[in-house]
Design a protein around this ligand. Sequence first.
Ligand SMILES: [Zn+2]
Length: 560
Amino acid sequence: MMNKIFKALAIINYLLLIINSVQAQYTHQDTLRGTNGPGRDWWNVKSYTIDVTPDYTKQEIRGSVGILFGIFKTGKNKIMQLDLQEPLVIDSIKGSATIRKYRREGNVYFIDFGEKDFKSTLENSNVSTVNTITVYYHGKPTIARRPPWDGGWIFVKDAKARPWMSVACQGLGASVWYPCKDYQGDEPELGASLTMNVPDSLIAVANGRLIEKKSNSGITSWTWAVTNPINNYNIIPYIGKYVNWNETYEGEKGKLDCSYWVLDYNLEKAKEQFKQVPMMLKAFEYWFGPYPFYEDGFKLVESPHLGMEHQSAVAYGNGYRNGYRGRDLSGSAAGWGLKWDFIIVHESGHEWFANNITTVDIADMWVHEGFTNYSETLFTEYYYGKEAGSDYVIGTRALINNDKPIIGPYGVNKGGSGDMYYKGGNMLHTIRQVINDDEKFRAILRGLNSTFYHQVVTTRDIENYMSKESGKDLSKIFDQYLRTTNIPVLEYKIKGDNISYRWTNCVDNFNMPIKIDIGADQERWIHPGTNWKETKMADWFTGKTFKPNRNFYVTVKHID
Ligand SMILES: [Zn+2]
């Protein structure tokens, strides 16, 4: 018994060593940013009320954020961590609770509430009992140079040299432009509002619905709001010479208000291109279930960058043409990726995976990008058939690097490999083959969206749900594709009448069943393990090539 305990302790020690060495490359600031630390874990964001005045000429902003919050851990001497990235500065903080003092440490502010005795609010849904603070701030925000790949404010001119402003901040974080708890694990469950104070000549659009529009001495204040939980990085201003039209989509949950905002000179092109929105909604409601934010409506808003999944105000900058900037990412002979607009399909797909289901840590971001990548395949399949979908997802394998694992390091706000897109999609396609029941697979996709509706999750939540609902233990497959860079090799050898096969280049006990194509629409399932299995092949294999079905993302090797 002692021996066992000793061994267990040795293993734990070893794991801690690994964790420490991984963390060593990261700074204390990374940990503050990426962890649910002591400045965060005692309070719960209920809503953000953001008010911002951008100065286009000076490239500065000035604003305030009201934060309504509940309490997880009661008591006194609470220190609240608020994130606001340099060089922005907080000017003052006012609150329902007395604030003793606050101090800055890089991109983080610590607010000391001193003797204030915070009472539990969790058992009491009456929001008037929760606490509020309002933070006033200003400065020159980081400017995005290559949005959406880096992040920050965007101050550019449109094609007619008029001001156009927005923000892109995924990964970098919303704290690049407003103070918040910059942590994906805590969404404001009552929603958020954004007021933009801009010159009368400009139109300001944001997430959700237009609540109020007021003009005063040449400045118009536009207030938009969502009533659903939202990721911080999805709350975005769009300010420019916008025009708008609307339509109603008859969806699974009733009437969905769709609204489109584009620069005035693009109106005609946009009206043509955005006909793909109802097509997208139809395909995705079929595969994933109802659009998750009927209350807030759906919008596409033209952006000065390629695109982003800004909840209920999806950023569109694909130039009103099909493909990814006119390119078929799958490189398929039939050009499936050119049949539809990549940004309309991909960024809207995120309404289900990223916005409805959000990961606590961006280390698990494959849940956003893997499923949304696969939404492109499902869209293709919905309109062009199953083989077209397969062609598409298989074609994207050329873009997989296998450079590092898809799952990144936890607790430091870092994602894993960019393989989370194409390899993530191919892993899901492979899992779908293993499940071998498309109706069940679709029920799982819909079930994920209803089970984790408006929630934050970890990769394990998603993996366990899929194993449970499929009735198959998929854990080794997830481990293989998410946690290693190795692509399983199906080795086989032929001796006399017998064929033997096994998995190599794989995790311990990898046991994925796989379909072997044996000519003219015939196939046969085999169940390889990591040890050789030998079978008499005469009845089904003689004279055929041993070829795994193309839908499985594996390689095959003949051993002499
Ligand atoms: Zn994406």
